[in-house]
Design a protein around this ligand. Sequence first.
Ligand code: PMP
Ligand code: PLP
Length: 528
Amino acid sequence: MTVSALPEAIDLSHHLSSLARHRFPSPLKDIFKQMQREGIISMAGGLPHPSLFPFVDASVSVYPPSADLSGPTPSAADRMSLNFQKYPSDKGAIDLSTILQYGQCEGLLPLRKWLHKFTLDVYEPGYSNFEILLHEGNTSGWTKVVRLLAEPNDFILCEEFTFPSAMAVWVPMGCKAVPIKLDGQGMRADHLEEVLANWETTHPGMKRPHIMYIVPVGSNPTGSTMQAERRKEIYEICARYDIIIAEDDPYTALQYPEFDVSAPSAEVVHQSGEEFAKSLVPSFLRYDRDGRVIRLESFSKVISPGARLGYFVCNPVFAERLLRATEVESQTPSGWSQGIILSLLETWGQSGYLTWLSRLRDTYQTRRDGLCAAIASSFTALPARDYAAGVPGAEGIALYHKGTDPASIKPDQRPIATFVPPTGGMFLWISFSLSLAPRFRQLVAEGAQDPEKTFMDEFWEALAENLVLLTPGSYYLPWEGVDKLTTSARGAPSGIGYLRFAFSYEEPAVMAEGIKRFQQVVSKMFDA
Ligand code: PMP
Ligand code: PLP
């Protein structure tokens, strides 16, 4: 389908916050426009003259897109070079006098054009007039979205376990989470429908939520990935209840097939960049006929977090208001970052970038497989259903102490822990049956106020003492209001505790050693 055959975004300006509505263009904008006139002598803007920048030229060596990321770094002969010069004489060099100067707040035009084509080809948005605006990574991008849409005390729809930095933006505004239950694919459409259909009864006199925050690929923390059918269902519910979907998707390239416990070290077969692009689950943009999706994409996880670069894909009204905010909040992402990433993408080309993403995905899949296999082999691991990682309906792996004879396990015997092997991203989420821990039972018997939190804090400390560091699960419980301070009051089932493993950083062999240490602590703290 050609872009022009698609509808334009509908008017969604009623979602704008009072702050966003009242923003006005930077007065400097008119000056910048006039400066483009041929022959103009500008004594208007406070631009430093580029001759006074201390930089003369720069060269950045990069891997080729098809670099084998599982082996040693590619040899110098295989590297590609990105060149930067002040007033370039070499063809293809990026002009430092432009990228290091004050620039367009939307971001460098050639970079936005590159990303527009990429978005069109790979994500195929369902409406025609979407726009691209650069931001400084999804952390900052999401903060801008909250200020674009949310009023103090609004309710924000999110997953039952959600990214704490995202919540930390809305909590000080008095906004409260509306956690939607999860299954193996992430947010459940039936529970979303139920919450919205019953809103007037459950929240009499309170404004209905109009913003959804969702991490649909490699959910942080659960590692789940939402498939196409579920996305369609969720989009239709959001269209019916007039909800804006903020799709925080830094892990979009990191999608994995299900982990095969019977072949844990199966060789990953490389795909071409084009095959890889076709294999991705569609973004919410694909179903977005209205322009109600704000897609937040980041280079952090696929190039480097220190680049502090990402981009919004959204409707023109939201893009214009986000631009007004950007003019006075950050102006633009760093010129170095924009210049280096533009040059990298132009040098690799779209097909090369897709090949890079595909190889990166393969490397993370190997790490995912390594972590799952290390956990499974350190315990007696059996298929788990219905309660895997506390996620009803998810198929996963149940862990019993190492050496337990599977034949001796009774059908209703609780495992120590369960997890669902991640299908995306960088995280593995594991749940523990705390009733199997003597110390937890003692806390309950003593009438401790929040036995889950107290036990999990002690467990986490014991792991750190044994030199293995994980993230406490309590970080990810959505904040629903000041009156809900205990773990169970914040929506977690009682008697269950969670931890999050990241498989992004340590080598598989090091992770295996970490799992050995983890298993030692578990064997001490849970009943034999
Ligand atoms: N504050 C003042 C007083 C300025 O004159 C300027 C630059 N014109 C700025 C802030 C903007 O600074 P920056 O480029 O660091 O955002
Ligand atoms: N959103 C989610 C869901 C994340 O997991 C992370 C990183 O951990 C971020 C955003 C931060 O992204 P960025 O580096 O683009 O700000």
